[in-house]
Design a protein around this ligand. Structure first.
Ligand code: OTU
Length: 653
């Protein structure tokens, strides 16, 4: 076996040796996980062999320049992620390098390029309907351009994040086409049925993810050869996204092959799309099943052999306890934090810190070697994914509260500052999610040209960013938000996009607005300067790279305060944020005095801390004299934001 495998590597003996070593280290795990899923099949051993052969071939084909990465960045406070659609950012892959100066100015270390792979003509869910992982969308460039862009970004110190959409393929993927022709092997790649007998057994327990489609998870496809002139196909998302059936080992092996191929393009991180849905089992909700975790762990073990530096990111937008279960060192060491995201929005709608503070306290702990990605907006909608039981414990009725949040952010309430829209309103359950850009949802759109409202909106945006960038995990920016881009309704003119209002918050990146913002004036300039200085402070403090926040009582329901601490350098920062549009008086339960070294502004339990509307402070332990700290222009409005040098703990005078 070893000699057979060595032959695949031809003359690359050293590379073979290291591959073989990694395989030996992982094989037991691979065997166990594969056996857990398919051990009952008579041809189990043959499938395992096929999988191992694919792995060996991928390892032999892996380009030489891709070295194992080091993962110390995970606790580096300087790690910053950004995400974008290539076409909407720089037009194509070749243009990406032109964006490097802007990315650098934000300190971006990781860039998620939304799916660049081949898609069907017509609607394709922003690339999440993949026709072929080995080809790119022609308007973006070729697959070689993709590899070159990854390499160029890497040379500029920016690691690339690419998607693996494991749950489904597009309905024109070669496998789907073969299934349409009646090829039994490929019909068994998907969940497809001649009549409603099986679908109806499943459907009563399934949650419609895109209820606009009418509440059915299955789609009748007359173009699939079947006894009744078509078949019912399992389509969790859109009718053109066909769910794969991982109970079939051939599916896992085939998708592993695609994963290997895309891993060899050189991405440092693979974003695992829609992880909760990977495995279906009758009599269950078909979300978050144990086998979905096994599939991911198996992909993880295989990738450890192929590309030990590559790391998975889990995209799960479900109950917070289920979200956390995907985040493990041997599964997806990184995971989006949709709970903190949603609760930051909740906190600014209600002007109350209680739910967010509770989540930061109880729901942020993760296993060692893993980390959250914290964000305010991504390309998707905002779902109110807090746990019912958490809300109830705090005296909040969850269904009523979600309904309030939807009305608030859809701009249906008189007191709302938001210009958002409902996404996938479920008329049966009354449930909905929210679309809109950060700036539009946070009030900049509705502010119009009113200087007072504009000022409030900018403050609100920066206060939200302050929490997103300092509360937990690694920060993620949706590019365009750093210059306050507003909703874009041009998608309504494009027939392929018109029925998905998430496109309103996916505007083309406005390079002209960036050039203006660089002058530092206007809302865009203030937002950009504020975000940059928050990121700059973040970089200087190991406290933001590790551990979980410790909430500090403020005796004001609308003031959130938390402490970040690092073992490294005994670094500590206290973050205080006024969530409301009115000045607030907080009394912080602190044992010592904390202060802003640039202004000398101090907080302790002896005196109230007076905060301006949406003001945020980043305070350090100790008291210093007023004139002692550096003060720069950028920091004038938000005092802590200006200091450039790494801060050591200021001494008591
Ligand atoms: C993901 O989101 C992607 O981020 C979306 O852009 C895609 O449309 C979708 O998958 C299909 O590929 O429902 O509203 O628990 O909630 O995977 C967004 C996870 C989504 C799902 C999530 C999904």
């Amino acid at each position: 076996m070893q000699e057979q495998a060595r032959a695949v590597f031809r003359h690359h003996d050293a590379r073979f040796e290291s591959f073989w070593k990694r395989l030996q280290a992982e094989f037991e795990r691979i065997f166990r996980l594969f056996h857990q899923l398919y051990g009952w099949q008579w041809d189990f051993a043959w499938h395992l062999e096929t999988l191992m052969e694919a792995l060996g071939r991928a390892a032999a084909a892996r380009p030489n320049h891709l070295e194992p990465a080091d993962h110390s960045w995970m606790s580096d406070p300087g790690a910053v992620w950004a995400m974008t659609y290539i076409d909407r950012f720089t037009g194509d892959l070749a243009g990406i390098t032109e964006a490097v100066p802007h990315l650098r100015s934000l300190g971006v270390t990781h860039l998620h390029l939304m799916p660049p792979y081949a898609v069907p003509p017509g609607p394709n869910d922003g690339g999440y309907a993949v026709s072929d992982y080995r080809l790119t969308r022609p308007d973006l460039g070729t697959i070689d351009d993709l590899a070159a862009a990854i390499r160029a970004l890497d040379d500029a110190g920016i690691s690339v994040v690419l998607d693996f959409v494991a749950n489904h393929t597009a309905d024109d993927h070669a496998w789907a086409e073969a299934a349409k022709q009646g090829d039994a092997k490929y019909q068994a790649f998907y969940h497809m049925y001649d009549d409603r007998w099986v679908p109806d057994r499943y459907v009563s327990l399934l949650r419609p993810i895109f209820p606009d489609r009418g509440g059915d998870t299955f789609t009748w496809r007359a173009d699939v050869a079947g006894q009744n002139g078509g078949k019912w196909v399992w389509t969790t998302f859109h009718s053109f996204q066909w769910d794969l059936d991982y109970r079939n080992p051939e599916v896992l092996i085939a998708m592993a092959g695609e994963l290997f191929h895309l891993t060899n393009l050189g991405a440092a991180i693979i974003r695992m799309d829609a992880t909760p849905f990977l495995w279906k089992e009758m009599g269950t909700t078909c979300e978050n099943l144990d086998q979905a975790h096994v599939v991911l762990q198996l992909f993880n073990a295989l990738t450890k052999v192929l590309a030990p530096g590559v790391m998975f990111l889990s995209e799960a937008v479900v109950h917070p306890a289920d979200v956390t279960r995907f985040i493990r060192q041997d599964e997806c060491p990184l995971g989006y934090n949709p709970l903190v995201m949603a609760l930051i929005w909740e906190a600014f709608a209600t002007g109350k810190a209680v739910l967010l503070a509770d989540a930061l306290t109880r729901r942020t702990e993760l296993p060692a070697g893993t980390q959250w990605l914290t964000y305010l907006r991504c390309h998707d909608d905002i779902g109110w994914g807090f746990a019912d039981e958490d809300a109830e414990r705090l005296g909040i009725e969850p269904v009523v509260h979600r309904s309030f949040l939807n009305r608030f952010y859809a701009g249906e309430l008189a007191e709302s500052f938001s210009a958002g829209a409902r996404f996938q309103n479920n008329s049966i359950t009354g449930d909905a999610r929210i679309s809109g850009t950060l700036a539009s949802l946070a009030g900049l759109e509705r502010a119009g040209s009113d200087p007072l409202l504009r000022d409030l909106a900018v403050r609100r945006i920066l206060a939200m960013q302050a929490i997103s960038l300092t509360s937990i995990g690694i920060p993620l920016l949706y590019l365009g938000d750093e210059i306050g881009q507003l909703n874009d309704f041009s998608y309504r003119q494009d027939a392929d996009l018109a029925d998905d209002n998430r496109w309103m918050h996916r505007p083309r990146f406005d390079w002209e607005a960036l050039a203006v913002a660089e002058q530092g004036t206007g809302p865009a300039g203030q937002i950009l300067a504020g975000v940059r200085s928050l990121l700059e402070i973040r970089r200087q403090h190991p406290a933001f790279g590790e551990g979980v926040p410790q909430v500090v009582q403020t005796r004001h329901p609308g003031v959130l305060a938390y402490l970040r601490r690092a073992r490294r350098d005994h670094d500590e920062v206290l973050v205080v944020v006024n969530l409301g549009a009115l000045p607030a008086e907080a009394w912080l339960a602190l044992d010592e005095t904390w202060c802003d070294p640039s202004t000398g502004r101090a907080a302790d339990r002896q005196a109230p801390l007076l905060l301006d509307p949406y003001e945020y402070l980043l305070l350090l332990p100790g008291r210093i004299a007023v004139a002692a700290g550096p003060r720069t222009g950028a920091g004038a409005e938000h005092p802590a934001a200006g200091s450039e040098k790494p801060r050591s703990t200021p001494a008591h005078p």
